[in-house]
Design a protein around this ligand. Structure first.
Ligand SMILES: Cc1cc2nc3c(=O)[nH]c(=O)nc-3n(C[C@H](O)[C@H](O)[C@H](O)COP(=O)(O)OP(=O)(O)OC[C@H]3O[C@@H](n4cnc5c(N)ncnc54)[C@H](O)[C@@H]3O)c2cc1C
Length: 460
């Protein structure tokens, strides 16, 4: 680890309004811990910013002392890019402000906010941004990589709702990026990850949602997977975009609405969501039950914010995680064969294979409108390798990779940078496809020395 002179740290402290944390500080281990327990990096210094003006101070300090820079939102990225070994981390945990203007339907969001912070502030006015499905995820990393969840069919990707961003670039300049100012930077930020600078404020378009939605789970025995998947394929794309259904194949967690005999058995779960009139939602849900014989169901009207937190108990920090994903324009029998085979050999009780449905609004945007260009993707499949014990690392990682490979022939190509693990840097060009060359040019303009490289790195 680089040794930084004590007087330099003292000077950094005097220039920052936030906290400057170094390895001998009592809070160091807590502050450097992130969601994926496989990541154990020890930065030389963590600047927990109090506001946007701390960011250029931190960047200049890192450059002056030859330190790598990592940028942290809520620390959910499974590759662990929120941290860097021996470098400087720009940490936004104390910048969680969310301001909503209900008249213009705009939200102004600081980069340390979680989805729970954003949802709560927006729902106070009956509004929402299309974000992800786990409320402890950070809005910053999620947005910069793309962002999708229950509202995506209707309202698009999170980046589709991004109106502008304030950014600190590698040379310490504070820029505004939007359609009429630094539009190249704005284009790159919408999917290009943390490659171009540190975002200190996001401006989003809000949409009316809820506050009550109809949502829940229908659980089938895994033995009925093929018929349920066939029903799913034939139905979901034709439904109104207020409605979505995701598929999850895993072992049944001990949910109270499931009989004890089902707990721990292999199941296929349909997670359903409707943002509209309850009677209409129930009508759309009804056919799903006929695809098999459910072993349990829990569906009803609930506040949108409650559904946004429904999966949090299954996605707590502290477990080991290794994920991979593909995009799909259609669901083929070959994919179903692979899913059924690998869901039949789950290497730990927490592993799962899921399909998220995004067909709808995202497909109506041009592929070159912004950095994230997979506008033909209708489904995103993610294989979650998740387990507790380091001795299981090889077993679970091997299973995850094998399923990824088996499902690859049926995928539409491309990749989602927010679901990439550390060992996937070779897929970055593939993740951006035809937009990669333009991203490289913008990288050369705003970060020619690749100061921001602890990410799915765009090498210019
Ligand atoms: C449990 C779980 C559920 C998830 N569910 C979904 C989902 O439903 N939909 C979905 O789309 N994704 C989902 N994801 C993936 C998620 O979008 C990524 O993990 C994302 O990187 C998380 O953002 P973060 O701010 O929490 O992460 P961090 O690890 O803090 O940041 C990730 C990266 O983003 C960049 N970054 C962060 N903040 C800034 C900033 N202020 N300026 C510039 N760059 C920055 C940096 O490169 C950083 O390394 C999920 C992840 C987890 C772990």
């Amino acid at each position: 680890m680089a040794t930084i002179p004590t007087d330099a740290i003292a000077e950094l402290r005097s220039k920052s309004r936030g906290q400057v944390i170094v390895p001998h500080d009592a809070t160091y281990d807590e502050v450097r811990s992130i969601w994926n327990a496989m990541i154990d990096k020890r930065p030389a210094v963590i600047v927990r910013c109090a506001g946007k003006d701390d960011v250029p101070v931190a960047i200049r300090f890192a450059r002056q002392h030859g330190l790598d820079v990592a940028i942290r939102g809520a620390g959910h990225n499974i590759a662990g890019n929120a941290l860097c070994e021996g470098g400087l981390v720009i940490d936004h945990a104390n910048m969680k402000g969310v301001t909503v203007d209900r008249h213009t339907k705009r939200a102004y969001v600081e980069p340390g906010a979680t989805l729970a912070d954003v949802d709560a502030a927006a729902q106070a006015h009956g509004l929402a941004i299309p974000v992800g499905i786990n409320s402890t995820t950070g809005i910053a990393g999620l947005t910069l990589g793309g962002g999708f969840g229950w509202l995506t069919r209707k309202h698009g990707m999170t980046i589709d709702a991004l109106v502008s961003a304030d950014v600190v670039t590698a040379d310490g300049r504070q820029l505004h990026a939007g359609h009429s100012e630094n539009d190249d930077l704005f284009w790159a930020l919408r999917g290009g990850g943390g490659n171009f600078g540190v975002v200190t404020r996001f401006e989003f378009q809000l949409y009316p949602v809820g506050p009550e939605v109809t949502a829940g789970l229908i659980v089938f025995p895994a033995a009925q997977s093929r018929q349920v998947l066939a029903g799913y394929r034939g139905y979901v794309e034709s439904t109104p975009e207020e409605f979505t259904t995701w598929v999850v194949m895993r072992q049944a967690p001990p949910l109270p609405f499931l009989p004890a005999s089902v707990h721990g058995t292999d199941v296929l779960v349909l997670a359903v969501f409707h943002a509209g009139a309850q009677a209409e939602g129930q009508k759309l849900i009804a056919p799903l039950r006929g695809w098999g014989t459910p072993v349990g169901e829990h569906i009803g009207a609930m506040p949108y914010v409650q559904w946004q937190q429904a999966f949090d108990p299954l996605l707590t920090p502290g477990a080991r995680n290794y994920w991979k994903s593909h995009n799909f324009t259609e669901l083929s029998d070959g994919l179903f064969d692979a899913m059924i085979e690998y869901a039949g050999t789950l290497p730990s009780p927490q592993c799962e294979i899921f399909i998220g449905l995004i067909a709808g609004a995202p497909n109506r945007v041009a592929p070159d409108a912004m950095a994230w260009g997979h506008r033909d993707a209708k489904y995103v499949l993610n294989v979650h390798g998740r387990w507790d014990t380091p001795s299981d690392d090889d077993k679970v990682i091997a299973w995850t990779r094998a399923f990824f490979k088996a499902s690859q022939p049926f995928a539409s190509g491309g990749a989602y940078v927010n679901f990439m693990t550390e060992d996937e840097s070779g897929r970055v060009e593939n993740a951006y496809g035809a937009n990669f060359a333009r991203l490289q040019a913008i990288k050369r303009k705003y970060d020619p020395e690749n100061v921001f490289h602890h990410n799915q790195n765009i090498k210019a």
